[in-house]
Design a protein around this ligand. Structure first.
Ligand SMILES: NC(=O)c1ccc[n+]([C@@H]2O[C@H](COP(=O)([O-])OP(=O)(O)OC[C@H]3O[C@@H](n4cnc5c(N)ncnc54)[C@H](O)[C@@H]3O)[C@@H](O)[C@H]2O)c1
Length: 325
């Protein structure tokens, strides 16, 4: 049985804060249980749950008769490099607890998002397939790669229905991003809307795959509902909507705000970005569960600006002016 009682871990984060309302709309408020280690949450359904505490995870599964889990609790790439021990504990031990408890409680589906962090400097740079050289050099990437293998192992060994996508950088406006390497994209759009300049922590030519949050949410649900017999992969689907460099985003923003300026001052996150590919081959996701994103760069930026209360207008004059600067 699935989608009768849906536990979302890490629900207070960038994805969780949007996935919870989305799932509530699709399946009904009563079926969704948001949880997080942070207790600053006003949702009356919210429970505090630290996924590194096995007993608490077991208790929550039993008490709420959970049949579906969206496991979002994690420490992201940049924060993981600041605190590798915590990243290991949350991303590996926390996931292990969730998998073990899910098997014990006969949970029907565990969604475990992975990341482009599983790739490394030896991975080819463009149109990267799912099966390729994956030799991550960050603690985050290592934990995410182990998580993919663990999910496949729990499926083949214990029949656990674990599924996941390798998310690219996610762009959204509702909740600040959680300390990842692609956070610059959100920060840059926010600063442009406020009429300020932006100092970017990546080089202007660092091309990375990206996706707008609505496409991320639809993709998660589409994979969650996919027919099991059609899935050749499980935990490691590549998905991406578009690839951009910081400079391309700056130029897109200048078509709304011609005087917007970015200075580039790469920090420790540049090394992480350099180890990731510029574009992904998402064809397995298209074939196996009909992945299709709706937002390209232009639609994403337009929607972000509107939702951040921006008054900028993309028009021919702005674009020409931006190109001449
Ligand atoms: N946001 C992105 O750009 C992106 C890209 C690729 C993959 N992902 C993956 O998607 C998932 C969710 O990412 P996000 O962007 O929402 O991250 P986030 O950092 O915004 O949120 C993670 C949440 O997990 C919670 N958390 C941390 N430790 C916990 C613990 N011990 N127990 C319970 N909760 C804990 C945090 O409080 C936070 O609310 C992660 O697996 C991440 O690796 C995200």
């Amino acid at each position: 049985m699935t989608f009768e009682k849906i536990l979302v871990t890490g629900a207070g984060g960038q994805i969780g804060s949007e996935l919870v309302p989305y799932l509530s709309e699709v399946f009904g408020d009563k079926r969704v249980i948001p949880s997080d280690v942070r207790s600053d949450n006003n949702d009356e359904r919210f429970i505090r749950l630290d996924v590194t505490e096995r007993d608490s995870v077991d208790l929550a599964m039993e008490k709420y008769k959970v049949d579906t889990i969206f496991h979002l609790a994690a420490i992201l790439s940049a924060n993981g490099e600041k605190n590798p021990e915590l990243a290991y504990r949350v991303n590996i031990n926390g996931l292990y607890n969730v998998f073990e408890s899910a098997v014990k409680n006969k949970v029907g589906l565990v969604m475990t998002p992975s990341s482009i962090g599983v790739f490394g400097p030896d991975t080819p740079k463009e149109n990267v397939p799912i099966e390729t050289i994956t030799r991550p050099v960050t603690m985050y990437g290592i934990t995410k790669l182990v998580a993919e293998f663990l999910g496949n192992y729990y499926h083949s060994r214990f029949g656990l229905n674990a599924r996941g996508v390798r998310f690219p950088g996610l762009i959204s406006y509702k909740t600040p991003p959680g300390g990842g390497t692609t956070d610059y994209s959100i920060e840059m759009i926010r600063e442009a809307v406020k009429g300020r300049g932006y100092e970017c922590f990546l080089r202007e030519d660092s091309k990375l795959p990206m996706m707008y949050m609505p496409d991320a949410l639809h993709s998660l649900l589409r994979l969650a509902e996919a027919d099991d017999s059609k899935l050749k992969h499980r935990t490691d689907f590549n998905i991406a909507s578009f690839s951009i460099t910081p400079k391309e985003l700056e130029n897109e923003l200048r078509s709304y705000y011609p005087s917007f300026r970015v200075t580039y001052k790469p920090d420790f996150r540049q090394k992480i970005a350099d180890s990731w590919p510029g574009s992904l081959d998402s064809s397995a996701a298209v074939k196996e569960w009909n992945f299709h994103p709706d937002y390209d760069l232009r639609k994403t930026v337009e929607d972000m600006i509107v939702n951040l209360g921006g008054v900028g207008k993309r028009d021919k004059d702005n674009i020409l002016e931006a190109q001449n600067k």
